[in-house]
Design a protein around this ligand. Structure first.
Ligand code: SF4
Ligand code: SF4
Length: 252
């Protein structure tokens, strides 16, 4: 018993007291900074290194929705045009906001990326129940979303929880690239939600297709048919990235 008490004392308080001020440290790779100025003539090393086609050059642009945050472009670039930072606020309300360019900072991105709507704040500001649908995800996103509710992150303190059925949910969180087999089940889950409803796309696979974007076994028609309220980049998204995006979306 004494040993157990000593162990508890050594562990300290596992809960993160103020999630809004919490920081993630390197080697976590979050918001990438793109340097102003021209790439060296003829260079396309970053394009060759990028596994998902998230980059374009001349002008230099990076799609946070497609990015796996692998850091390969940073390593490949001989001119230091891309530099990762550990800034974890990556969520956005609009898909196009995720396409960033030179000069954009983590702070300038976070300040404008998520708009909080009055109706959403009124209806869900104090309680948001979410049904997670893994549409052929690798389980990375699913594990990190599961971690949002653990004793460290304790997302439930904000009234935001995952529930077991779309019938009990105010919104749906999509993970995975959406295989043809999962597409009908995803659409069924969406139709089972009440209205108004919230849809969150979490992870590179859900937002863009990620590593599987070119697969013939995907059916991503759900994204064309359904308004998405919140995009949360990452492969997988860090729990703080997800929680912070939801809180910003709820105006909390
Ligand atoms: S960090 Fe993102 S943009 Fe860079 S190579 Fe990896 S996936 Fe591509
Ligand atoms: S985004 Fe990455 S972690 Fe999430 S399902 Fe796809 S491959 Fe897995």
């Amino acid at each position: 018993m004494l040993d157990l008490l000593k162990l508890r004392k050594r562990h300290g308080r596992p809960v993160i007291k103020d999630l809004r001020r919490a920081e993630v440290k390197a080697p976590f790779r979050g918001f990438p900074l793109l340097r102003e100025g021209a790439c060296p003539d003829g260079c396309d090393q970053c394009l060759r290194a990028c596994p998902t086609g998230a980059l374009s050059i001349r002008p230099l642009r990076l799609d946070l929705g497609a990015c796996l945050f692998c850091g390969d472009c940073e390593t490949a670039c001989p001119a230091g045009m891309v530099r990762s930072t550990p800034a974890h606020r990556l969520g956005a309300s609009k898909r196009e906001t995720l396409r960033i360019g030179p000069g954009e900072t983590a702070a300038s991105f976070a300040a404008k990326a998520i708009g909080s709507r009055r109706e959403i704040r009124r209806l869900f500001g104090r309680s948001l129940k979410l049904r997670q649908v893994s549409a052929a995800g690798c389980n990375g996103c699913e594990m990190e979303l599961g971690a949002c509710g653990n004793v460290n992150f304790d997302m439930g303190r904000f009234g935001v929880d995952f529930v077991a059925s779309p019938r009990h949910a105010d919104g749906l969180v999509l993970t995975g690239p959406i295989s043809r087999n999962m597409s009908p089940a995803l659409k069924d889950a969406y139709r089972s939600l009440g209205t108004p409803r919230v849809v969150v796309a979490a992870g590179a696979c859900a937002i863009h297709g990620g590593l599987f974007a070119e697969s013939v076994d995907l059916d991503r028609s759900f994204l064309a048919e359904t308004p998405i309220d919140l995009f949360v980049p990452g492969c997988p998204p860090h729990p703080l990235t997800f929680i912070r995006a939801v809180l910003d979306f709820l105006g909390r």
